[in-house]
Design a protein around this ligand. Structure first.
Ligand SMILES: [Zn+2]
Length: 140
């Protein structure tokens, strides 16, 4: 396993539960207690109804690719070793959209609508980043 050279997330009070969950291999996302929608990314105010209270819920981390691009020219030196890589918008089944990357497959096999599942890449002692793998057909 090569060392991670990309930028590290900045953990703040609004996102701390999210990063704690990620470090444990769990996708934990705030749900607005007013309109009941899951909100991603974590933030102070609900982008749908502007309420400011949330409960944290674990997502199953499964969804489908809404859109994607294959980055053949890396977005900076830190990403050079990864190129070409897939940057994707992923519609998670619980109703929120994430920007992430799809790993573990040839970039040219990725398609809009493909099913994906989250896994976590350890990038620092207590930090992990959500990344996605294509799901085999038949995976639950
Ligand atoms: Zn809301």
């Amino acid at each position: 396993v090569s060392a991670y050279e990309g930028p590290l997330p900045i953990v703040d009070p609004d996102s701390a539960p999210y990063w704690r969950g990620a470090a444990q291999g769990r996708l934990v996302v705030p749900r607005c207690t007013s309109c009941h929608r899951m909100v991603f990314f974590p933030r102070v105010l609900c982008p749908f109804c502007y309420a400011d209270t949330f409960v944290w819920e674990e997502s199953r981390g499964q969804g489908s690719i809404y859109s994607y691009t294959v980055a053949r020219r890396p977005a900076g030196p830190a990403f050079a070793a990864s190129a070409p890589y897939v940057v994707a918008l992923i519609d998670i089944d619980e109703g929120f959209r994430m920007l992430s990357t799809v790993r573990g497959c040839a970039p040219d096999t990725v398609q809009i609508g493909a099913r994906v599942a989250v896994r976590f890449q350890q990038v620092a002692p207590s930090l992990a980043l959500p990344v996605f793998n294509l799901q085999e057909s038949g995976d639950a």
